[in-house]
Design a binder for this molecule. Structure first.
Ligand SMILES: *Cc1c(COP(=O)(O)O)cnc(C)c1O
Length: 370
């Protein structure tokens, strides 16, 4: 269908082409090129951090974070159950124990009180994940982490450029991570970054990213790392996209507010929270919940697909993932909210290339079928 409206389409500008072409013309296409460190410096400065380590994707960034903090066997890491598999995968792969908490029914973010209740003597870290455009309520979590001396990993992939009480998302974790997948506010095709203020953690991430090569004895390794390097071509895209970030954030919020306005009187759906005491929603994606407890997002998604509109379901809870069923993890997890919103939630086309005409069509179809 030629007039299919995809759930996301990125915008690639002239500046991106110019910088990528510069890589091609100069031959600097690997991670050795100059744009990588320029992107690391400019991006980490933008999110209020001292150090940035660019890498292959957002999942790799989480993997670097978990391993730089030396989380491993015996360590429990608290994270939301309503998140992407990447968050749990890197904890399990490091041999540590993921402990999940439920989501808030309105903001869909992890609930600080539940984080407090999940702490045990073995808790080593809290992995905070901002969901869909609203940040997690950070203050109670930071206070708790400080009091119990826990490491904080902040996954800010969905809130590039966002703030909590005026401070940039990505500035709260001992290590914070980002993804530059094409649906994120900045894209490098595939890509990610770890940011921190701790020079030792940054150095460890750099080493783990680059196979733990040693400066003095190349090809002699005392630890195993990964090749998670970002290429100069990707960093060129990132630098150009970063120049436009403020416009991007304005446009994302505009798209979100247009949906909010259009669905104000649509009784069948629960709309996302627009504003809290600590942040405005940036509408990284515009998610909706079907209010009818019998309803399933799947049926509505099929109807919208037939009408030429792409959607995505909400995250499937981590504690219900079949891959973990044989691992004696998540024994007595109670997370009714995450289970409900996973079944009744979906998100609508919210990418930067969505134009007003397309958005009107999405709105009309949702009002008919929703
Ligand atoms: C996109 C995303 C990731 C994964 O990033 P990739 O670059 O696709 O590996 C991790 N965490 C969150 C919250 C994300 O939204």
């Amino acid at each position: 269908m030629s007039d299919f409206i995809p759930v996301n389409e990125p915008v690639i500008g002239e500046r991106e082409k110019e910088l990528v072409l510069e890589c091609l013309n100069t031959g600097w296409i690997s991670s050795e090129g100059p744009f990588v460190s320029q992107f690391e410096e400019a991006f980490s400065r933008r999110v209020g951090r001292k150090h940035g380590v660019a890498c292959a994707n957002g999942t790799a960034a989480l993997e670097l974070a978990v391993n730089a903090l030396r989380l491993g066997p015996g360590d429990e890491v608290i994270l939301p159950t309503f998140t992407i598999i990447s968050c749990a995968a890197v904890i399990v792969r490091a041999g540590a124990i993921p402990v999940v908490v439920d989501a808030d029914p309105d903001t869909w973010n992890m609930v600080p009180e539940l984080v407090a209740a999940a702490i045990t003597p073995r808790t080593a870290a809290i992995m905070v994940v901002h969901i869909y455009g609203l940040p997690v309520d950070m203050d109670p979590i930071l206070e708790l982490a400080d009091r119990r001396q826990l490491a904080v990993i902040e996954d800010a992939a969905e809130l590039i450029g966002g703030t909590y009480k005026g401070r940039p998302c990505g500035s709260f974790g001992h290590i914070s991570t980002f993804s530059f997948y094409p649906n994120k506010h900045i894209t490098t095709g595939e890509g990610g970054m770890v940011v921190t203020d701790d020079p030792a953690l940054a150095e460890r991430c750099r080493s783990l990213r680059n196979l733990c090569f040693q400066p003095k004895q190349r090809f002699v390794h005392e630890e195993l790392g990964w090749n998670y390097r970002m290429t100069n071509l990707q960093a060129a895209l990132g630098l150009a996209q970063l120049e436009r970030l403020e416009q991007t954030l304005i446009r994302k919020r505009e798209i979100g507010l247009a949906y909010q306005q259009a669905f104000m009187n649509l009784e069948s759906i629960q709309r996302p929270v627009d504003t809290t005491s600590y942040a405005d929603n940036l509408y990284w994606v515009y998610g909706i919940l079907l209010k009818d407890s019998q309803a399933s997002a799947k049926t509505l998604m099929q109807k919208l697909a037939l009408a030429g509109i792409g959607t995505r379901p909400f995250f499937f809870p981590i504690h219900l993932q079949p891959v973990f069923s044989g691992m004696t993890l998540f024994q007595d997890v109670e997370a009714p909210v995450a289970e409900e919103i996973a079944r009744r939630g979906l998100y609508l086309p919210s990418g930067l290339a969505l134009n007003a005409l397309q958005q009107s069509r999405v709105i009309e179809e949702l009002i008919v079928h929703g």
